[in-house]
Design a protein. Structure first.
Length: 96
């Protein structure tokens, strides 16, 4: 029920509708819906940064709860990895 509602209420990308090309965040909504449906491969194909972002959020929550000694470094690592993968994905989309 939630997934159907999300599918029917997706936001349009103002950058794509104005300029005609995708922004770095294009595919995020569809990726989240695919992940909620249990389709991990499709979710990764649509926007690989989404799963890395969720891993980063999980590490932030673990750090808040357990206050790990090197927790901030893990968060920084996954944040940089998420941004890097998202940028590479965006450049790949622009080229192809």
């Amino acid at each position: 029920m939630l997934i159907n509602w999300l599918k029917n209420h997706q936001l349009t990308c103002s950058i794509k509708s104005t300029f005609g090309f995708e922004c770095p965040g294009c595919g995020t909504q569809r990726s989240i819906i695919a992940l909620l449906e249990g389709n991990v491969v499709e979710s990764f194909r649509l926007h690989p940064g989404v799963m890395l972002f969720l891993i980063t959020v999980i590490f932030v929550l673990i750090q808040i709860i357990f206050k790990l000694k090197n927790g901030a470094w893990y968060i920084l690592f996954f944040f940089c990895l998420t941004v890097g993968v998202s940028l590479v994905n965006y450049i790949f989309k622009l080229i192809h």
